[in-house]
Design a protein around this ligand. Sequence first.
Ligand code: NOJ
Length: 726
Amino acid sequence: MRKIVMVAALASCGAAMAITDAEIEALIGKMTVEEKVGQLVQLASAGKADGPLSEDATGVALPADVAETVRKGGVGSLIGACGVANFNAFQRIAMNEARVKIPLMVGHDMIHGVMTQAPIPLALSCAWDEKLWYDCGRLIAVETPAKGCNWTFAPMVDMCRDSRWGRIAEGPGQDPYLGGKMGAALVKGIQSRAGALPVAACLKHFAAYGGAEAGRDYNTVEMSESTFRNVYLPPFEDGVRAGALTVMPAFNTLNGVPCSVNKWLLTDILRGHLGFEGFTISDWEGVKECEFDRHGMAETHAGLAVLALAAGMDQDMMSGLYQRELVQLIQDGKVPMSEIDRSVRNILKVKNALGLWENPYIDEAKLASQIDLAAHARLARAIAAKCCVLLKNDNSVLPLEKGARVALVGPGAEDCDSISGTWSAYIENRFEMTLPEGLRGAGVDFTYTPCYDWKKGSVDSDALAAAAAKADVVVAIFGQRGTESGEGWSVLDVALPKVQVEALDALKATGKPVVALLMNGRPLAIPELAEKADAVLEAWCPGTSGGGAIADVLTGKVNPEGRLTTEFPVATGQLPLYYNRLRTGRPTEVSAQYLSCYRDGPFRALYPFGYGLSYTTFAYANEKATVADGTLTLEADVTNTGRVAGVETVQAYTRQMVGVESRPVRELRAWRKVPLAPGETQHVVLNIPVAQLSYWAKDRLVPAAGPMRAWITSDSVSGKTLEFRL
Ligand code: NOJ
């Protein structure tokens, strides 16, 4: 298997190697057991709640307990943005006052921006645009040091097939190929060294966290090794290849063994198979979660520390277990020094790769010159507009006609949490953030009356009718609060709440065209909107310039080009729901005895993977599949058949008809975004290395062979079937 050499991966990010490997070894040789164990420990930068402060030599007041631990060499990294002054003060203690001079890393979750927020990652994935993901990573790279951090716990590349799981918001959807490209581009952007101090990325959550049974957060994950290797592992492989410096093992069990103490996963797969050379950081108290009355992997904490370290967990986030247990365990001969040295080495190499010995401090002058919030807001706005997915647009009700009077109704238009979404603690940039601000900026003639809530109470039908009466078109907000997805936000039901369905009916009764504007962090079951609204625009949690971005799309300044990266179900009972499912031996389409279908509803998604409309239309012709010299070539003529310019996302899928294990209905193999002027035709050619069609059958990589089908088309269900053989 390919071996990734960290130095080479980092060189691609322009890393400056400040000290040599021999110097790292010399440093390890000089360290006491306590100092070595200190490197394996992560503590909160804020210290004990209400603990005393102590001033450093320059007068910066730091939590006294943390400052003292840094001084003693008792900690390798801190969690929690601590501000530039504190970061530099902690670092001065580490570099000038500690016996062995080892710089600190300070990390937190800057997953879709920091002061400026781009849309949530699920939304970002809908842009199908590597450059955009890279740009978002660079934004994170520039703004992270402003909060006193040089490490972000992103990207999350967990595949997810079940939108009951709230953390679907944090990842790139359900396709391993697309998710891997997105994760890799984010890693490169985050580690681009664009900011006032280089920032490390962290691939998480290793692995298969998104496969939680029944979508319940932190739940058991049971899956075949083939599914694990074909679907859940590839995005991590791409992220490692892109040079990610750190990896966070997941909370869940994987086929019975918690990831935090899973040697097969953390050593054989991560290091052996993927060639990872950075360091692993547990999730929050992840090692401690394996204790006897939780996952139950050891009777004592000491036993857990032995297991986790042996498995390959290098640094312990916040459980204090390594800090309390490891020194004694070494003295008792229960943990070999070689394992400690291995993890210290992994950590020091990452710190060196970040150039921290050469420059440990956040450069305040550079920071001041780089934090251009107006420019960042413009970027976030352009990104957010590209992430919107148009799901329905009957009679071209969108874009809004110039001069149209708009009634904006529904919850959330002024609620910044809903616009920014999960992990938004550090927002400072509020340029045209809310919808009224955005619409005002775009010169739209509108009134805003909430009329109904996200979930509770009833619809104020009188206010709603009055608002609609004075308008030509109603733009109505549906969905979920931005705080209702993310960690710990699993739900039993992804249906639209009753009050929103009532609001839709009341709106329909007004006779005015209804544009449903969806804001949410997860795909919802929205058959009512699909049937009754005239247009449905999915805007997700669009970030700090979300209001402006939505206005750009509603008014047609931006023609929507987003495509879904997860399926939208008709009903919660369909979950998990994914396009790249295996086939069954029974037809799925008809509701009859002994067929693989539901008796009380459809089997297929309401809106499939890859789907999304534009203000123009596209047609495909002359589709062709050929194989030569180890390359599958799919080609088609794609025409913009409408009246405005637009961008089509041309997608290539294959299906292997016969395999050593059953193969999926379709798998995404390539895509290209093609801008087309009205009436323009482009001949689009997508080349796919045949090696990319190989698949894992347990731990064996099997080349694709025999009869194959392919599609070059606009989503995961349409297109002309092309046949070929390998
Ligand atoms: C728990 C979450 O699972 C993880 O994604 C996050 O990075 C850590 N907490 C730290 O905030």
